[in-house]
Design a protein around this ligand. Structure first.
Ligand SMILES: Nc1ncnc2c1ncn2[C@@H]1O[C@H](COP(=O)(O)OP(=O)(O)OP(=O)(O)O)[C@@H](O)[C@H]1O
Ligand SMILES: [Mg+2]
Length: 448
């Protein structure tokens, strides 16, 4: 295998990384997409090449960016750059305040986030020889084009380059259009897409984890065990949509969050519960922000556990004031929960209406954001979101159509939560006794 040496350590490129290296050295190309499965060696190769460019071209300015500054600081700065080129090696100094690695020859590698307009403006105040955008699917084409305008540092003998890397998403993502199809991003109209004006300067390399000989076998096994669409994207590197899934529109980049935003302590809290013993029992915790968005921030997903023990776990997790809605079909389990201190009311349980309401919340609204978010920590819920499917793969659905009754435990709890979040809190309509809340369909049909 070919070798490239920094003073820091000898780095042996995989055959795929060598292919990428040769593409980067090719002066015909100025725009790159390295897309593919997880842990394939894309980011490492890009950083090794950029470090070699900093060493080779005195005074080079290189930007490594991600959408969120704190992710850029952890992954690009601490876990990648400093690992590849440990502080002190080759005389490189790391400036923590400005996230800059300064080389003895005057070159600078700067790490930045693009999640804040002031920060973007500051970044745009400089000229760069190369710009690398890591996990580029997380940012917009508009931001990329803006950042590209700063690719303007002139260094004799060097070719300016923009490098984007990512794991694949759905085929309608702008990065698939730009980086794979080499057309301008469409806005969903049926008009034929326009080719990129500089299509000939784009190069694309698709990767999979099988390309990385340094990967432990258990990492590959974990990727092989992922649910359908995630397996295709993260293992096989395919741009694919989750066709046939009830929540086809679910995309972690759009719908998942790390932590609840500031001020969430004041938000209204709700819990949704679906019972199970052989099948999982699921409790989801949700918080509703001032704009009515629902943030699902915790899950309890257990099999073979008595309701009374589950109640103790729910109470131990958080002692806030909650409205708790639970599967209306199991009055006995609801009573046990109630006696154990988890007061609850029957959830609204019309499957079609619940799914429609949940889909509506997952849809991106006019402000570019959905109205339903799921914490990354809710791994079972996320897994079910991928696997919960319609029985029949077809276009258009009848109002009474049902999903397959599998992978639906967290999905039921989620529906209950959404219906509770959608319930107007000032629900002043007086209904006849038999149509009050708890009498599922009729009362809800009146509200919506
Ligand atoms: N040539 C190499 N020599 C030694 N280790 C390597 C090499 N290439 C990659 N690795 C290691 O393999 C792991 C995955 O590499 P990397 O992070 O570059 O993959 P990736 O394709 O960017 O993955 P993801 O899509 O998950 O971001 C890292 O721990 C990295 O340090
Ligand atoms: Mg990476």
């Amino acid at each position: 295998m070919p070798k490239t040496t920094t003073q820091a350590k000898t780095y042996t490129l995989s055959p795929k990384q060598r292919q990428a290296w040769l593409l980067l050295e090719d002066t015909r190309y100025r725009r790159y997409l390295f897309d593919g499965g997880a842990r394939s060696g894309k980011t490492d190769l890009t950083l090794v090449w950029l470090v070699s460019q900093a060493a080779r071209f005195a005074g080079a300015r290189i930007l490594l960016a991600r959408w969120k500054l704190d992710h850029a600081r952890t992954t690009l700065w601490s876990l990648s750059l400093k690992k590849l080129l440990p502080p002190g090696c080759s005389g490189v100094r790391y400036l923590e305040g400005s996230l800059e690695a300064r080389f003895p020859n005057g070159s600078v590698i700067r790490v930045g986030g693009l999640d804040d307009s002031d920060r973007v403006d500051k970044i745009l105040g400089d000229e760069y020889l190369h710009i690398f955008i890591n996990e580029a699917t997380q940012i917009s084409w508009e931001t990329v084009t803006k950042v590209m305008t700063r690719l303007s540092q002139d260094i004799p003998g060097a070719t300016r380059k923009l490098i984007l890397d990512c794991n694949p998403k759905g085929p309608r993502h702008w990065l698939h259009q730009v980086g794979v199809q080499h057309v301008l991003p469409s806005n969903g109209t049926s008009r034929e897409a326009d080719p990129l004006p500089d299509a000939e300067s784009w190069a694309r390399l698709s990767w999979t984890p099988y390309d990385n000989p340094h990967l432990p076998a258990d990492t590959i096994r974990t990727l092989e065990a992922l649910p359908g669409v995630m397996r295709r994207r993260m293992l096989l590197g395919e741009w694919c949509s989750n066709e046939g899934a009830v929540y086809e529109m679910f995309e972690p980049d759009i719908h998942c969050f790390d932590r609840l935003p500031e001020g969430s302590g004041e938000w209204r809290r709700i819990r949704g519960i679906d019972f199970g013993f052989t099948n999982p029992f699921v409790c989801l915790w949700g918080a509703i922000d001032g704009d009515g968005r629902l943030w699902v921030y915790r899950e309890l997903y257990r099999t073979k556990t008595q309701v009374v023990d589950l109640a103790a776990m729910i109470l131990a997790a958080e002692r806030n004031a909650f409205t708790t809605v639970a599967d209306p079909e199991d009055a006995e389990a609801r009573a046990v929960l109630n006696n154990a201190g988890v007061g609850n009311v029957p959830a609204f349980n019309d499957v079609s209406a619940g799914i429609q309401a949940t889909q509506k919340r997952f849809a991106v609204a006019g402000d570019g954001r959905p109205r339903l978010f799921i914490s990354q920590s809710c791994v079972n819920t996320i897994s079910e979101l991928y696997e919960y499917r319609w029985a029949d793969q077809k276009e258009g659905r009848d109002a009474d159509e049902r999903p397959v009754k599998a992978h639906d435990h967290a999905m039921d709890a989620l529906r209950y939560l959404v219906m509770e979040a959608d319930r107007p809190t000032t629900y002043a309509v007086t209904l006849p006794e038999e149509r009050k809340r708890g009498d599922g369909a009729s009362s809800w049909a009146t509200v919506f």
